[in-house]
Ligand binder design. Structure first.
Ligand SMILES: Cc1ncc(COP(=O)(O)O)c(C=O)c1O
Length: 369
């Protein structure tokens, strides 16, 4: 038997997510509506599809380990030098590298209880001491995060804006004030996975020379390329350069680099997706209200639906939806877990949701599954 490190041996054998594929295998059939992972059912831009098809024949070659062209294109789009840009295998991969670079056993870090879980998962894997502060209502709480960071001497502070799982957001001024109050020795990890979908005024201005913050973006959401695994970090060149010490150098394949580059340039498609996401959010809201649920305001490609009851009811509702072919998810921690979380998607999937939700609510209420 291969011997694990004491740290690895001490970790739970769980992963942060059970994928919809595992649920489908358990159910014995595919979901009719895949609305649980905040992917984009609107798909990637046709230009990205064409670029990936063209690159497929070259997949016998490793991708450029520096992802030079894509890195330059992202830098140009943000009006910054490429030394501020780090590509990685999605935000999840970048979070792993960042934690590996900064957190060893016992190093304190701060997040919110119920926040997007991958950060905490990586911290656990490196033995960091994770402090989780409660949300304030349905928002992550900048003041509580900063206070806890100062108290424990945190190395990293994680904030997702807009937030997953609640879909709520803080305005740019609030986040900027938070950046300015980051305690000495700490770095704010600003996860902006939903930046492309955020309303005007939600994202603070980009200052990539500021060593107090590293910002994370992804092609998984509005660009519709979750399966490709491409994300990037924007930050101070010293921290950005440090990723070279630990990263998986061939982690971004040729097809991924080609697809992301074409997606970046498909500006018209992105505008179109934004409009479709907004329409889908409205539709989810209407379907939810018809069923007696309350949609929370959302700055993302999903909507949290308040059941007005507790986590046990929300879990029963989720199971009833799954049994009827609808994949959704929910927050893991009370009181957020009174909600279920439904991703935006094309009209056909919204129709499935509309047809299924009333029956699933009735089943959850009756306790009949
Ligand atoms: C807040 C947040 N960060 C990161 C991710 C994952 O991004 P990626 O696909 O780039 O790893 C998600 C996906 O749901 C998310 O909601």
């Amino acid at each position: 038997m291969t011997r694990l490190t004491p740290l690895a041996a001490s970790l739970p054998s769980t992963v942060p997510f059970v994928g919809p594929e595992a649920q489908e295998r358990a159910l014995g059939r595919p979901f009719a509506a895949r609305l649980g992972a905040n992917e984009s059912g609107f798909g990637p831009a046709p230009e990205a599809l064409a670029a990936m098809r063209a690159a497929a024949g070259e997949a016998w070659m490793y991708g450029d380990p520096e992802a030079h062209e894509l890195r330059q294109a992202i830098a140009a789009q943000h009006g910054i030098d490429a030394s501020h840009v780090r590509l990685g295998e999605g935000i999840d991969g970048l979070l792993g590298d960042l934690v590996r670079l900064t957190v060893s056993e016992g190093v304190p870090v701060v997040t919110s209880a119920g926040a997007y879980p991958t950060f905490g998962y990586h911290v656990a894997g490196h033995g960091g001491a994770l402090r989780a502060v409660p949300y304030a209502g349905d928002h992550e709480d900048p003041d509580a995060l900063l206070a806890a960071a100062a108290e424990v001497g945190a190395r990293l502070i994680y904030l997702s804006n807009p937030d997953n799982p609640m879909g709520t957001w803080h305005d740019a001024a609030t986040v900027q004030r938070m950046i300015e109050r980051v305690p000495e020795g700490a770095t704010l990890v600003l996860d902006e996975a939903y930046a492309d979908l955020a309303p005007d005024g939600a994202l603070p201005p980009l200052d990539p020379t500021d060593p107090r913050v590293i910002r994370m973006r992804t092609f998984s959401k509005a660009h519709g390329l979750a399966g490709l695994r491409v994300g990037y970090a924007l930050g101070h060149p010293d921290l950005i350069a440090a990723f070279d010490k630990v990263r998986n150098h061939f982690g971004l394949g040729r097809v991924a680099q080609a697809g992301a580059l074409a997606a970046l340039r498909a500006v018209g498609w992105l505008d179109d997706v934004r409009a479709r996401v907004a329409a889908s959010r409205d539709r989810i809201g209407a379907i939810a209200r018809d069923g007696g649920l309350t949609p929370l305001p959302s700055a993302t490609n999903f909507v949290a639906l308040d059941t007005g009851r507790d986590g046990a009811f929300a879990r029963a509702l989720l199971a009833a939806l799954a049994a009827r072919g609808v994949f959704a998810r929910m927050p893991g921690v009370a009181p957020l877990d009174r909600c279920i979380r439904v991703s935006c998607g094309p009209a056909a999937e919204m129709d499935v949701l509309a047809a299924t939700l009333p029956e699933a609510i009735a089943a959850a209420e009756a306790g009949t599954g």
